[in-house]
Design a protein around this ligand. Structure first.
Ligand SMILES: [Zn+2]
Length: 140
């Protein structure tokens, strides 16, 4: 199973829905391998995808955020992660994500046109974040 994660936030509404589960990035990447997967160019903002996994995949291209000149960089001297905000960086995290590891919840307005699940049928497009919060806390 792969969970889709992204550090990006969108000024004109989230394309990932209305609710964000925040996690410690260091916990997500600890003792994992990273692989460059692809660039999706169908959208106006290109999506760059990196797999984070506990497994070794010899047929995939390894990604090193310290050495590689890609969308995710890590400065070990400053212990800081960087990403290129002009692209949509997406991490494919292989494995379970534990609720106990969530650092917090964040609510977003849903983008009025874009949705990563299905932009043609998503009923939440343009949903204002206070209403999303209410629906999350009081479903039904
Ligand atoms: Zn949606």
């Amino acid at each position: 199973m792969v969970n889709w994660l992204s550090p990006n936030e969108w000024f004109d509404g989230s394309r990932y829905g209305n609710i964000g589960f925040e996690m410690e990035f260091e916990k997500l990447i600890a003792f994992r391998n990273y692989y460059w997967i692809e660039i999706m160019t169908e959208c106006r903002v290109h999506a760059l995808r990196i797999l984070i996994t506990p497994h070794a995949y010899p047929d995939l291209v390894p990604y090193d955020p310290v050495k590689d000149n890609g969308p995710w960089r890590y400065d070990p001297d400053r212990k800081l992660h960087y990403w290129n905000p002009t692209h949509c960086l997406e991490f494919m995290h292989e494995g379970d994500l534990m609720v106990r590891d969530f650092r917090g919840l964040k609510y977003f307005d849903h983008h009025k046109d874009f949705c990563c699940i299905d932009h043609q049928t998503c009923p939440d497009k343009n949903l204002f974040k206070p209403l999303a919060r209410l629906r999350f806390l009081l479903p039904g």
